[in-house]
Design a protein around this ligand. Structure first.
Ligand code: ADP
Ligand code: MG
Ligand code: ZN
Length: 708
């Protein structure tokens, strides 16, 4: 692999190794080959064009479909010290012209543009004056009519690359491309199909689950409450569903945001910002939300209703866990939703695509009914290949006992038939089963039925859930008229006749994806604070994975901080101190906390030592300033200064013990060390008054060792 590329990865992004497919894609592009890169969401596609852009002379053009996506990407690049900008309809003509001028002068390594720009003749003329080594096409499936987000302007890209004075290298990137869509992309952009870099579709940090036969709202409330500090998206089918769900959650005291196409632009923007900035943890939305969202710390995505096909589902669910940390994707299945989706397809004007859409919907329904590994199902759907069972998904981990409920099923089925098929809804049936004295029931004479009250021991709610379960088992069906009614299907009648058994698993327990770590919460607060000041989303400062790695490695010096995954030189210089200080004070309060050894990602040390901040401190120390004075002067915390001095000691620079330990404290430390022994710091500290810091003890011990 190109050494320069690896160096860039380390320096700008703070990662020590490429992920699967990244090196192949980058090498291919660096060798001048037009390439298609297919990687799952969160796989790390951005780096595949950003690093070549850093290596090449000139400005790489990135075609990106959404304004918000561009802004976040550019923010993230600027935070990593890479000059970049975007041009789209959110800018005034003046601003756009200024940016083009800067680009002409070579002021950006990357310039993001919306595809619609390519429709403008003037803009194309302007592009000809730039030095463009490469054009990257993000979300390249938008080029294909078979894709799920077709954008006509994408079809102009090829003409653009041909019109440029020197033909740039083309790199197309997408997460969701069935073989047909891949073919389309290659044909439109004249990429040789063999120059496709395709990594597996599996997402190793996601666990998929389908929840059936449960009270969805109750499940959702429990889930959100158990994971209240974590960010999540709840997808609902329609605007109305979103509004209802939003209100319900609000009533429960859950702070949620909402997003759908029926809201004003301003409202949508502010709801989205609140979510990106971690001000609201939960977003209730239609599928209109998320295309432009690169937020990396989304811990769960729940579909409150059935998505319309696997393509949409995997893309929406895939927004969880971009940062590589464990996350959950849940579909709350109810068979009625299938009817709703069918209805929507039926209503859509595009008749020619109807049978294709229905077929895709069936794929989604099959997903909800499979008892095999869900991740396996997904990979097979997109890639026609088999992977071993994931061991993480709802089906792989399902150890619930199932019980035989055939008798109960027969009671319910027979009751529904006696009440009259396709006449009443499920709640009335439940009331009859549980023996309700509801006026309607008495009026209809249902209290005379032999099945009246045969489930007396259950609540009406329980009985309703049981009927829903029978619907999910396709023994009962729902008829959608002015209001939904139910009837027993042929399969149900068979059960009634004693042909076939019905088994039901116990209710699913909600899992917690979050694990409490007080340090993580503190670092999260530090991050939020900085993000607020910088006006960018928190995950642009550092991802959750970087914070987790800080919690594991507990870095207290700048060198150590640079070892954290996701910390590059630029971010160290910009944000290192507040995080280091927070970790230092946390460790002071929790001296028992030790760095985890053998963390997953072991980073190679950076080649060059960075900023010699501690030497600046040393110079001031030599001018006889006290620690407090140095801290004030350098606008750093006293603890940071102490750490600088410790580092100096380790490097063999002379720090006189008497300068940093007050005269009256020295004998106390001496006594404590005599008593507790010099091996461990904590027992020594415990024998001393609070004002004696770990720093003083360390300095003392060091002096003792070197003079002994
Ligand atoms: P995609 O565009 O494929 O959905 P992104 O480019 O947004 O994915 O990357 C997803 C996340 O993975 C980002 O937080 C990114 O910083 C991280 N990432 C990318 N490459 C690496 C790597 N080599 N090592 C560690 N993390 C990485
Ligand atoms: Mg991306
Ligand atoms: Zn599985």
């Amino acid at each position: 692999m190109n050494g320069k590329a690896l160096e860039m990865l380390q320096k700008h992004y703070g990662y020590s190794a490429f992920r699967e497919g990244q090196d192949a894609a980058i090498s291919s592009v660096l060798a001048g080959t037009d390439t298609l890169c297919v990687m799952p969401t969160g796989g790390g596609k951005s780096i595949c064009y950003q690093i070549p852009a850093l290596v090449f002379e000139g400005t790489t053009i990135v075609i990106s479909p959404l304004i918000s996506l561009m802004k976040d990407q550019v923010d993230a690049l600027l935070q990593a010290g890479i000059p970049a900008a975007y041009i789209n309809s959110s800018l005034s003509g003046r601003e756009a012209a200024d940016r083009l001028e800067t680009a002409r002068q070579g002021g950006y390594k990357l310039l993001y543009i919306a595809p619609e720009r390519l429709e403008s003749y003037e803009f194309m003329e302007e592009l000809k004056e730039l030095q463009i080594p490469m054009v990257a096409i993000d979300e390249a499936h938008c080029i294909s009519q078979w894709g799920h987000d077709f954008r006509p302007s994408y079809q102009r890209i090829q003409r653009m690359t041909e019109a440029l004075p020197k033909k740039p290298i083309v790199l197309a990137l997408t997460a969701t491309a069935t073989p047909k869509v891949r073919e389309d992309i290659c044909r439109s952009l004249q990429i040789q199909e063999e120059n496709t870099v395709l990594t597996g579709f599996e997402r190793e940090n996601l666990s998929f689950t389908v929840v059936k036969g449960q009270d969805r709202l109750r499940f959702l409330k429990d889930y959100i409450k158990k994971n209240e500090k974590e960010a999540g998206i709840i997808y609902a089918a329609t605007r109305k569903n979103v509004d209802q769900l939003y209100e319900r959650l609000k009533k429960e005291g859950i702070q949620a945001g909402r997003y759908h196409a029926g809201m004003s632009d301003g409202d949508r923007m502010s709801e989205q910002e609140d979510f990106l900035q971690d001000r609201t943890a939960v977003m209730v939305a239609t599928s209109a939300f998320g295309m432009g969202i690169d937020k990396s710390n989304i811990r769960y995505v729940i579909h409150f209703q059935l998505p319309k096909n696997m393509e949409s589902y995997y893309q929406e669910a895939g927004r969880a866990g971009r940062d590589g940390l464990d996350s959950e994707c849940i579909v709350l299945y109810s068979s009625q939703d299938v009817q709703v989706q069918r209805f929507l397809i039926d209503q859509s004007s595009d008749r020619s695509r109807m049978s294709q859409e229905l077929e895709k919907l069936q794929g989604m329904v099959d997903y909800c009914h499979t008892e095999k590994c869900l991740q396996q199902f997904i990979v097979r759907y997109f890639d026609s290949t088999d992977i071993p069972p994931c061991g993480r998904c709802g089906n792989c981990t399902d150890q619930r006992e199932s019980e035989d409920v055939t008798k109960d099923a027969q009671m319910a089925l027979s009751c529904i038939i006696r009440m009259g098929q396709k006449k009443f809804g499920k709640s009335l049936a439940a009331q009859v089963l549980t023996g309700s004295k509801n006026k309607k029931i008495l009026d209809l004479g249902f209290n005379q039925l032999p099945t009246y009250g045969i489930m007396k021991e259950r609540t009406t709610k329980d009985a309703t859930e049981f009927i829903e379960f029978l619907i999910s088992q396709e023994l009962i069906a729902v008829e959608h008229g002015t209001y939904p009614t139910i009837y027993v299907r042929e399969e149900g009648k068979a059960v009634l006749l004693g042909n076939g058994t019905v088994r039901r698993k116990e209710a699913l327990r909600t899992r917690e994806v979050s694990q409490d770590d007080p340090l993580f919460e503190e670092l999260r607060a530090v991050r939020k604070d900085i993000a607020g000041k910088e006006g960018v989303p928190p995950f642009v400062i550092f991802g959750d994975n970087a914070l987790k790695d800080m919690c594991a490695k507990l870095p207290e010096t700048e060198e150590e901080f640079l070892q954290v995954s996701g910390v590059g030189e630029h971010k160290l210089a910009k944000y290192g101190q507040p995080f280091i200080s927070a970790i230092q004070s946390f460790k002071k309060e929790h001296p028992e906390r030790e760095a985890a050894t053998g963390t997953k990602e072991v980073k190679k040390p950076a080649k060059k030592p960075v900023a010699n901040s501690h030497l600046e401190t040393f110079a001031l120390y030599q001018e006889n300033l006290t620690i407090a004075e140095i801290a004030k002067k350098r606008e750093l915390s006293p603890m940071t200064i102490e750490n600088h001095l410790l580092q100096c000691i380790q490097e063999g620079r002379e720090i006189t013990m008497q300068d940093v330990i007050p005269d009256d404290i020295l004998p106390q430390i001496e006594a404590a060390v005599n008593e507790a022994g010099p091996e461990r710091l904590k027992p020594i500290k415990e024998l001393l008054p609070d004002e004696v810091s770990y720093f003083m003890i360390k300095v003392y011990l060091h002096a003792m060792r070197t003079t002994a």
